[in-house]
Design a protein around this ligand. Sequence first.
Ligand SMILES: [Fe+2]
Length: 180
Amino acid sequence: MARQTPTEPTTATATRSASSQDAIQILIDDHRAVQKLFDAFEKAEENDLDAKTTLVRRACEELTVHAMIEEELLYPAAQEALDEDDRPDVEEAYVEHYLVKVLIEKFTKLKAGDKGFDATFKVMSEMVSHHIEEEESELFPKLRKSGADLDALGAKLMQRKEELEAKIPKDAGDNTMRLH
Ligand SMILES: [Fe+2]
């Protein structure tokens, strides 16, 4: 990947502009968005297969992009910024992502109404909720305390997120594999 210097905000050291580029806030917003999809799935009518299909597809897309930006940018930055004692939190996060990706992969074949579709999504939502809680209660506060430049990191996260989201085709079906 060509290393280019994207348009970094020139005021990064000054006041945080509406916190829109703060890396942790960006990721927390992503977490809330995916949790809304989990809640909507819980509330979907048992036989509303269209709704279930759409919700699962959206969740897989969101989670894939989210996992990629964390793995490419956040976790390496955290490994660098955190004390050695806190780095195992990052190692755990990688493993949890791996497990979620195994479940995302299952949705390339599982269709709404198939045996195991609802169960797979339920387990996925439980795993992701656990992961979100750990990040928000352990990793993110430690990273904030570390003094890492979260505005600069946030700008990189947003840029990569937009690139990846632009690659998601809008047609039906699972599209997450095309991101890799
Ligand atoms: Fe994560």
